[in-house]
Design a binder for this molecule. Structure first.
Ligand code: URA
Length: 294
């Protein structure tokens, strides 16, 4: 109790409380109670303490043996028990709708409009802005990231937060920039998800599946020479594999093009020593672009 607080007057009691058989006057009992509260005991549960060590040693009452299966009454499944559509069917319907919309888009503007208007992803309801892409379509390098974070959600552009600033410095170091006008030096940046997942959680498998028709069409229309898979989620989406620390630096094929998994800049911000390997991956990307040009 703070020094300035007025202690409540104690109600008159016919008998004094006892603690472990010892009779206490009311003042002492209250002081003990306050001490317990200060120690963190904030919930009175029982009048008497329970010795849980002693309880653990007591023999357990025998549990009745389960009835043999044959003796159990057979319960028929009521035909009316299904509340709402089967989630698997619903997912298939949403993916089919995304496929149809994406296939119908014959340019990036049409694709952006179709994807933004699509209501098959709950994430859309919680996001502030649609994050379609940034940089120059037609660039030789397309970076496929994970999902918008807080800053991306505010600005409606991928990779504009702290991780995005590091990403810009990394690619600048090999002469590539999202601000470049020449497709040789430019970058195009897309995320697997165009809407921010709440609290920056990882997108789940259904959200990825529903987004993929748009991502595939996006890559077809942007037509890069190579793709950088930035982090685990794009590797899961494009290669069906996670484990970026094993995958990074190993060229693969994704969306019919050479694809290089790299550790995400957010990971590099948390683990600066991993920048050495990221640098090796950037050099590998640069070398690959050289070979593809000849
Ligand atoms: N991380 C990503 O993968 N994408 C963004 O747009 C921002 C952070």
């Amino acid at each position: 109790m703070p020094a300035h607080a007025v202690r409540p007057s104690l109600p008159a009691m016919d008998t004094n409380p006892t603690y472990q058989g010892i009779e206490l006057d009311a003042e002492t009992a209250l002081a003990l109670l306050e001490w317990q509260v200060e120690m963190g005991a904030d919930e009175p549960v029982l009048d008497a303490p329970v010795d849980r060590f002693e309880l653990a040693n007591r023999p357990r009452p025998a549990t009745p043996a389960p009835a043999p299966l044959a003796d159990l009454p057979i319960q028929s499944t009521p035909q009316t028990s299904r509340a709402g559509p089967d989630p698997a069917d619903d997912l298939a319907v949403r993916i089919a709708e995304a496929e149809a919309l994406a296939a119908a888009a014959d340019n990036l503007g049409a694709l952006a409009a179709a994807q933004e208007g699509f209501d098959g992803l709950e994430l859309k309801k919680g996001a502030r802005n649609f994050c379609f892409a940034d940089g120059k379509p037609g660039s030789r390098v397309l970076i496929l990231g994970e999902a918008p974070g807080d800053e991306e959600d505010r600005q409606g552009r991928p990779f504009v937060g702290r991780a995005g600033q590091l990403l810009d410095r990394m690619f600048d170091a090999i002469g590539l920039s999202r601000a470049a006008v020449d497709a040789e030096q430019a970058l195009y940046i897309v995320n697997v998800l165009a809407w921010r997942p709440p609290g920056n959680r990882d997108p789940n498998a259904d959200e990825i599946s529903v987004s993929m028709p748009f991502v595939r069409r996006h890559i077809e229309l942007a037509a890069p020479d190579v793709i950088v898979l930035m982090g685990n989620i794009p590797c899961q989406a494009a290669l069906g594999r996670r484990g970026i620390l094993r995958l990074r630096g190993q060229w693969a094929q994704a969306f019919g093009r050479p694809a290089l998994p790299m550790t995400h800049p957010a990971y590099l911000l948390r683990n600066p020593p991993a920048k050495r390997e990221a640098w090796a991956d950037l050099l590998s990307l640069s070398a690959r672009l050289e070979t593809l040009s000849v």
